[in-house]
Write a protein that binds this ligand. Sequence first.
Ligand code: NAD
Length: 309
Amino acid sequence: MAARILDGTAAAQAIRAELAPRVRAFTERAGRTPRLGIVLAGHDPGSEIYVRNKLKTAGEAGIVAELVRIPEEAPVEEVLAAVAALNARRDADGILVQSPLPEAMGADAETRVLDAIDPAKDVDGFTPANVGRLVQNRPGLVACTPAGIMELLSREQVAIQGARAVVIGRSDIVGKPMALLLLHRHATVTICHSRTRDLPAVARTADILVAAIGRPGFVTPEFVKPGAVVVDVGINSVSDEALVRRLLPPDSPRLAAFAKRGSLTVGDVHPSVSEVAGALTPVPGGVGPLTIAMLLANTVAAAEARLRA
Ligand code: NAD
């Protein structure tokens, strides 16, 4: 039997609807709307799409989002100056610096920028102060993608306490915070990565399996315990037709979209996992929409906290 689909688009809509009265109440009390500053350095095509989506979705939610563009060839000091200006602005509630920064800014550019962001405005939840708070299970701003996954699991009434959870991927933005959030909800958590031995066997122990790897269709049915809840974080653009045909069943309506566009967004989980899993997040329409919804939620939370402070 095919797995139950965990609908991230619907959950994201519900989250945004719940934010609307909070945005109205903040706007009335503060005499202004919540405000998010997005810093975009360079012209990475993926970043351009992400930032456009963030600006549009924020606007629809009644949050003013302002884009600060930094030229590709600028030194990292220009990004740091933009961050300092947003830190200082009383009407800026959230700050987000879109990753990746141009390579020419140096290997330590991302760290320097994260160290510069005011933790009270860190709506991505990536600063050391907010990561530390997460480790200690104290209130703070939490990374949007894992926070969105927790919202989805909770809204779908997935039991977490006592469950065995396996997170594949140990990045700072998804894997590690995901594991911590599951741990704080009393799951027994294992983090896997590229050097994990016998990964399918470890993954098969999971009641909740989160794939945050960045490899199309990597998680196949041999990774999945029958009935497990599988969360697919991967967003991979695939233009290789042979790979697309390996990933999609011959009657998939998505093949027509691929023929038209020449590329397709697929997750880290192979679609055949649907035959084994109990529940599964689709790509697209799973984790992606939740990430932006949680960015808005973090911006509203930051605005409310700053008003109280
Ligand atoms: P990353 O490249 O920083 O980390 C990938 C992780 O996967 C690493 O920790 C690595 O150890 C692990 N890995 C790589 N190859 C492996 C292998 N063969 N076996 C086991 N583990 C392996 O990536 P990330 O930023 O965490 O993103 C992961 C995926 O999630 C990407 O596809 C990214 O586009 C997507 N993503 C989606 C959202 C969203 O909103 N849905 C947000 C962030 C990232």
